[in-house]
Ligand binder design. Sequence first.
Ligand SMILES: Nc1ncnc2c1ncn2[C@@H]1O[C@H](COP(=O)(O)OP(=O)(O)OP(=O)(O)O)[C@@H](O)[C@H]1O
Ligand SMILES: [Mg+2]
Length: 273
Amino acid sequence: MMIVGIDGGNNEVDVASSLGLDHFVSQIGEFRERKMKDIHGKDDMVFEYQGRRGFAGTLALAESEFSGSIMGDSKAHEDAKLRILIALHRQCMMENEFKIVVGQPISKHTDEEKNRIKNMLIGSHDLIINGKRKIFTIQAVEVAAEGGAAFWAKPKDGLVRIIDVGSGTVNCASLRDKRYIDKDSFTLPFGMNTVKTNNLSEMSRGIVTQTSKKWNKEDFVWVLGGAAEILIPYIQKYYPNAMVMHPIFQALEAHPVFANSIGFYKIGTAIYG
Ligand SMILES: Nc1ncnc2c1ncn2[C@@H]1O[C@H](COP(=O)(O)OP(=O)(O)OP(=O)(O)O)[C@@H](O)[C@H]1O
Ligand SMILES: [Mg+2]
């Protein structure tokens, strides 16, 4: 049995396990017969699952006409399931039994949505990627809050605010002495890929207009997600004590895009270990 933390993001799937860190673009698209089979990236994937054939990763990005990633504030849907199964297919080296922790935005982190995610994942799966068939079992699923669970990638005492800037959502979480404060945690329904403007300063202002309703200027803030490093100077204008979170994995610092997946993995080792 292997424990895996999977952050099936709208833009990128990030994975943490005893094998290390893995990531690939979240794009999923339809299958097309190709006359020329050029390589578009290291994550070109043709998948077959329950009679559905399609392109995933860099191949979907380049060759599917309807490629994309279904956005929104819940990850209880078929594409999110496929991203997780693809991540596990890539983990099937020695093991084919998994206990996993996956993410869900804070706003839809309800028992009903969490059960939908568990029910769609638990059990045996038969997935072919690039001709390689793998049959594996998901024995247990836990659903963690995006942003909030990233805390466990670098735990800290006192009051900690977290801003996880994703491609489709921004998750804002609060913890005091390692305890989650529900009333100070929420999801903003936009992200780096859903806003038309490329203006990082306006994007940061949009986030802070919401967080400042509850949070104070002096609060300690971790910023994480794929765009953490480019956003930090703007967020520091409002929160001078904000810092980029470099999650700790296998005693080394990792990129802030892995903060959720590493947090999920650490939760997994605590509950399943
Ligand atoms: N250097 C960069 N410059 C500009 N944008 C970047 C950079 N690096 C990452 N991004 C953007 O940051 C966004 C967040 O990436 P991330 O992988 O954290 O999102 P996600 O977790 O897949 O999405 P979600 O959390 O909404 O499910 C992406 O839209 C990506 O395009
Ligand atoms: Mg994310």
